[in-house]
Design a protein around this ligand. Sequence first.
Ligand code: M6R
Length: 610
Amino acid sequence: MCGIVGAIADRDVVPVLIEGLKRLEYRGYDSAGIAVLDGEQVRRVRRTGRVAEMESAAQSEGFRARLGIGHTRWATHGGVTEANAHPHVSFGELAVVHNGIIENHDEQREVLRAKGYAFESQTDTEVIAHLIHFHQSQGADLLAAVQKAVQELVGAYAIAVVSKREPGRLIAARMGCPLLVGLGEGENFIASDVSAILQATRQVIFLEEGDTAEITRESVRVFNAAGAAVERDVHMSDVSLASLELGPYRHFMQKEIHEQPRAIADTIEAVMDANAFNPLLFGADAENVLRDVEGVQILACGTSYYAGLTARYWIEAISGLPCSVEIASEYRYRKAVANPKHLIVTISQSGETLDTMEALKYAKSLGHDRTLSICNVPESAIPRASRLVYYTRAGAEIGVASTKAFTTQLVALFTLAATLAKLHGRLDVEQEGQYLDALRFLPGSVQHALNLEPQVTAWAERFAPKQHALFLGRGVHYPIALEGALKLKEISYIHAEAYPAGELKHGPLALVDAAMPVVVIAPNDALLEKVKSNMQEVRARGGELFVFTDEDSQFGPSEGVHVIRAPRHVGVLSPVVHAIPVQMLAYHAALARGTDVDKPRNLAKSVTVE
Ligand code: M6R
């Protein structure tokens, strides 16, 4: 949840660090800092708040250097204070930045205190700085000191370290948190993700679990957890700089909402011209793995979990296979009954969500070896730990609120449902053609939904003063109601809850009065008449209804009932289309309330801690 960047070069690296931190700010934005080696000195500047504030301080203090590390923080251990901001130093001699959580920091702190180390912060990271310093003081060089220190740590970390005793190298290590090395010409870099160093290089090495790396201007050496020198593949990143820029948009969330027709088209590119669902989409081994699975278990968090909930309706209805969906952080800590013939599907935009990764590891430990990851970030940890992969091609998603990742996950999951159905003999040629057509028409239908923005904006003005909202849906649209409520609370801070509409009378109806807006996802599907009855229940209690439907429903506005209609019902993929207006509603409500849309309070984009 924090961002790390580092550089060693024959030029001033401070602008590289600052630019990198700005690109990593989505990972955490409580505080930011850099430490550089300036001659014989470790110099450090830290500020709470945004990178821009730290940048001004670095400029006014004349920071320039050829070796440095930087960090943007999402607070875990210790409040949002300058003292808790990274980098952390030990005796002014070495500086450390850290992403992750050290679980045995209390024990280590006591041991280090007994050795004479004093602590200035409440963080677990300061323990790492002192531990490395201790090993250096016992005669180890910086690389060996880091290798010894990490062996004494329990937990997850990506770290980068500089020391004034060894001004020609930068040491990095990772376990459980992402870290990569960027290879330049006579200069090298480290970063939590490639976006931070894209202005300098596209050539990257992804460090693996337990790796340490020694980075100088001219060389990079990687060592595995046992300390043996290893060769790691060099990858060429295809992330475009343009995808990281705002362009004409005001916020990344706005940009990402509007990118959805393109993102969906890219994600299903392989099926656009195909006349059949091909298991190769999920990997070379997919046909073998998928053909005899007896069920599907989906594990994910947040919006990705809601994509999974939607997929359950499709998988059971289309393929006939039983499907269960569970929040990854719950699954990983319960005694689950494993059926190794079930396919484990993890869904994660970032591919580095700790709870999802740990749930996958737990499933594997229970004997599941049929694993599929649906992920938006190539080479991230979760797909690398999975046997099969479907990469959504949404492009970089920077707004903390997930939008295009969600709809591209949905199309990937629909493709999975149809592929499973085909492999299990439950998809005839005619139905297969209809599903392929539905996918091909989808980017156009999503564009039509985007065109509803002026009407949704008008609704958002009415939502802005509210403190609470209810979202209702039924069947496959219930997860879209959940997603709408999550979007609204996440960025506008309006408290919102979602229910299956039929559940209203079992409790939540007690909340309904004239002050409670009730958003209903009510397309023209088999449950529309049921949903209409549920809406009557709301109206009878004075509740105000905001209904998203489609032209085919023939559903019109009346007193206390506002209606926005998508052009036509798109059938089985209707949840994808109905995700668009709820995203826009949240975005415009947040705009009207003046919140920080892309960086909502207390949150971060990649949740790499528990
Ligand atoms: O990267 P992931 O898809 O694994 O992330 C899961 C959730 O943290 C994420 O979807 C979160 O709920 C979003 N901020 C929702 O907009």
